[in-house]
Design a protein around this ligand. Structure first.
Ligand SMILES: *Cc1c(COP(=O)(O)O)cnc(C)c1O
Length: 385
């Protein structure tokens, strides 16, 4: 179904009914699978017979999600993982050995930065952080032992963007794998592989589930890379449960509709915020005033559901605005039907040092809203002082 349009793939790709002819995907809640005979078991363990053995390796519910997401990202293959972090960890541990080097954008997800500064260090993997949009910074960071570029575009919460085609020219020239965390836009709004990336990483916990109900992650790319990462994950264990796979599979069916609605609400909120006296600055890629608006327009089909803004004042004023909301949930999650509000400096980015916060522009007056699918009038009324 590779040539079909996005919405059709999202709904039709990735599941073969069983002999019961169920119209919607069943959940295969089983840890292992039976064999017809000892001979068949022997063949299957020897890779001479395709089929399931054990759900840490393969499971039909997980396969269905992987196939659908691979088709949506335009990838040969996809591996589902237990969370976005396990997708990131499995990718790094598979592609790098001790003594090797990777480059990451400074504004990545808070836990990703913590991972790179702590766990990854234990394996003697060297990490250099660069400014996401600054192509010279990426170019100058390359060493003879550099194996991986890893980034999120757009960044969260400020919506910085890197020119992926230009960056992929740098990575290809140096034989470096380019991995893009596409969690914020999803394949409904951006296809990193088509722009030259080698791997796409997801926290499916966010927009792909879309209703804040489960943790899941994924990595998509060519067969060679995904085979390698799969064998790491199947041996070390962070594969996705059948139940959560079923939830995120279902999420993909409505992804493009939901993303469209998130974008519409976010844009209206950003425009409104931009006119308010209590607001010092709005960070939303859909506003022409955003410094990366034109590159975003070039490589994304829309601007996403995250709106950040700085209030006039500092932490006190930011906390007051957050505490005044009645409907919007104070929670650090994003990508939910329910709008959520958070203060990055003391929540999602709290583990960054003061210097790192300053370099990433995570200021004390910054508020992030993951704009949900409620009526926009109600979202605005809830923020109005
Ligand atoms: C949430 C998030 C992650 C981590 O995903 P989990 O599913 O929470 O492990 C990684 N990257 C980005 C951009 C995220 O927003």
């Amino acid at each position: 179904m590779k040539d079909n349009k996005f919405k059709t793939i999202a709904i039709r790709e990735g599941y073969q009914p069983t002999q019961e002819q169920e119209h919607s995907a069943a959940i295969f809640l089983t840890s292992s699978f039976r064999f017809d005979s000892a001979e068949q078991a022997a063949k299957r363990f020897d890779d001479k017979d395709q089929g399931n053995i054990y759900s840490r390796f393969t499971n039909p519910s997980v396969d269905a999600f992987q196939e659908k997401l691979a088709a949506l990202e335009g990838a040969e293959q996809c591996l589902a993982t237990a969370s976005g972090m396990s997708a990131i960890f499995a990718t790094i541990m598979t592609l790098l050995k001790p003594g090797e080097h990777m480059v990451a954008s400074r504004g990545m997800f808070g836990t990703t930065i913590v991972l790179l500064n702590t766990v990854i260090q234990k394996f003697s993997i060297e990490v250099t952080f660069v400014d996401l949009p600054d192509l010279d910074d990426w170019k100058n960071s390359v060493q003879t032992n550099t194996k991986l570029f890893m980034l999120e575009t757009p960044s969260n919460p400020l919506g910085e963007v890197v020119d992926l085609r230009a960056l992929s020219a740098i990575s290809k020239k140096n034989n470096i794998i380019l991995a893009v965390d596409n969690c914020i836009l999803t394949p409904a709004l951006q296809k990193p592989l088509a722009l030259g990336a080698d791997l796409v990483i997801h926290s499916a916990t966010k927009y792909i589930d879309g209703q804040g109900r489960c943790l899941a992650g994924a990595i998509a790319g060519n067969n060679k890379l995904i085979d390698e990462i799969s064998s790491f994950a199947r041996t070390t264990g962070p594969t996705l449960s059948a139940f959560n796979a079923w939830i995120v599979f279902k999420g993909l069916e409505t992804l493009s509709l939901r993303m469209k609605a998130h974008c519409e609400n976010a844009k209206k909120l950003a425009i409104w915020l931009n006119e308010q006296e209590f607001v010092k600055k709005v960070h939303y890629l859909g506003l022409e005033s955003h410094p990366h608006h034109s590159i975003a327009k070039e490589q994304q089909s829309d601007y996403g559901g995250i709106v950040s803004f700085e209030v006039i004042g500092g932490r006190k004023e930011a906390f007051r605005l957050i505490n005044n909301t009645k409907m919007i949930s104070i929670t650090a999650n994003l990508g939910d039907t329910k709008s959520t509000i958070t203060h990055p400096a003391t929540t999602t980015h709290v583990r960054l040092s003061d210097e790192e916060k300053q370099q990433s522009n995570i200021s004390e007056n910054l508020i992030r809203i993951s704009v949900g699918l409620e009526d926009i009038e109600d979202i605005i009324a809830d923020i109005k002082p």
